[in-house]
Design a binder for this molecule. Structure first.
Ligand SMILES: [Fe+2]
Ligand SMILES: [Fe+2]
Length: 375
């Protein structure tokens, strides 16, 4: 049973999930704005129960206290980054995330090394910019969790994540400013997703949207960039961020497992729909329409070809390699006649369901340990 047009219309406001025109029509209309205000509808909860009832969260909290690092002193910001040279080197390793040979008969077939390098530089700027904006989203969501989660252990842990996220915003902003001469505004699809997460009044939705979906995707994306870049400052920066990020995803898995086991089918269905909607918003942002525009290419013309680019399809699917096993561990895949499983089958990511989930994996990501190459 595939998703019906009505369901798609309800979830995303378009009847065809892959309607390129509809996806591209969502753009950032106030690109010059320096503020974006959303209403926070959630209750703030005090707890007077200071007993330690969740040892897994307490263990994570202890790990977080010793896992702190200082972006100013642990990273060598004096490293000179020659963008063009660096991207050319990285290009050899993983091209630009695209397959140049796939573009015969399009404007891109006229591109030489110069244009591909320029594209790769813009793409890196764009990607790191979206990481930066996503990190601010994480900072805000985690501060919100401190207020809204009813459990003492979780409030303590979340407070450490607030500090972690401040550090992540700091490093990405600094890298973009000092090494890449500036970045991009937030992508409209990412902003819509962050808005959905922040405005929802239910405390577990903040976790589901941020810790499971956004950070699950970030952990996979950081892993690929870390593995593929030869730029030493970026590589180390990503490694440090990943050591924190793996804990954050574990925080989501450990907390929600308990809550979702007790929820009714109707409540779980709302979570399944939320997870699927978040997946589509994240998928749509990876069309990187702003990069095409900056390159002088009409996204509407090139997108049908880009969507079938085998390298891009591979990278995009891999971004779900943490999300799908974590959703499985939370019981979200198979409740309600496997509703979410069917949706993940449709968007081609169900094959990751038995990859390692992130409930314990954070231990392997601690600084100083060799991290496994993403499969
Ligand atoms: Fe982060
Ligand atoms: Fe995080």
């Amino acid at each position: 049973m595939s998703i019906t047009e009505n369901e798609s219309q309800d979830i995303l406001g378009r009847s065809d999930l892959n309607d390129i025109e509809a996806i591209l029509s969502i753009t950032n209309e106030d690109a010059e704005a320096v503020q974006h205000i959303v209403k926070n509808n959630a209750d703030t909860i005090f707890t007077w129960d200071y007993s330690l009832t969740r040892p897994a969260l307490r263990k994570l909290y202890e790990k977080a206290k010793v896992g702190q690092w200082n972006a100013s002193t642990d990273l060598d910001w004096s490293i000179n980054v020659d963008e063009e040279k660096q991207v050319a080197m990285d290009l050899a390793a993983f091209a630009s995330g695209l397959t140049p040979a796939h573009y015969g008969g399009t404007t891109l077939s006229k591109w030489g090394d110069k244009e591909w390098t320029e594209f790769a530089i813009e793409q890196r700027r764009w990607s790191l910019s979206q990481f930066l904006h996503g990190e601010q989203g994480a900072l805000i969501c985690t501060a919100k969790i401190v207020e809204t989660v009813p459990w003492y252990d979780a409030k303590l842990y979340a407070s450490t994540q607030v500090m972690d996220e401040a550090r992540h915003v700091e490093v990405f902003a600094r890298y973009l400013d000092e090494k890449l001469e500036g970045g991009y505004q937030i992508n409209a699809h990412l902003r819509a997703l962050l808005d959905d997460i922040v405005t929802d009044s239910r405390w577990d939705m903040t976790y589901l949207g941020m810790q499971i979906m956004v950070e699950g995707l970030a952990l996979a994306a950081f892993g690929y960039m870390h593995q593929l870049t030869g730029e030493p400052l970026l590589k180390k920066l990503l490694r440090y961020v990943m050591s924190d990020e793996a804990r954050h995803v574990a925080f989501g898995v450990l907390s929600l497992q308990e809550v979702y086991a007790q929820m009714s089918d109707a409540e779980i269905k709302e979570r399944q729909i939320f997870a699927f909607e978040a997946s589509l918003r994240m998928r749509d942002r990876f069309l990187q329409q702003e990069v095409w525009e900056r390159m002088g290419i009409d996204p509407r013309k090139i997108m049908p070809v880009v969507l079938n680019d085998p390298t891009r399809v591979f990278f995009q699917q891999m971004l779900f390699s943490k999300i799908v096993p974590n959703c499985k561990k939370l019981g979200l895949l198979d409740r309600n006649d496997s509703w979410l499983r069917r949706r993940f089958e449709e968007i081609g990511v169900i094959q990751f369901e038995d990859f390692e989930d992130t409930g314990e994996e954070y231990l392997a990501f601690e600084i100083g340990k060799d991290i496994a190459t993403p499969a």
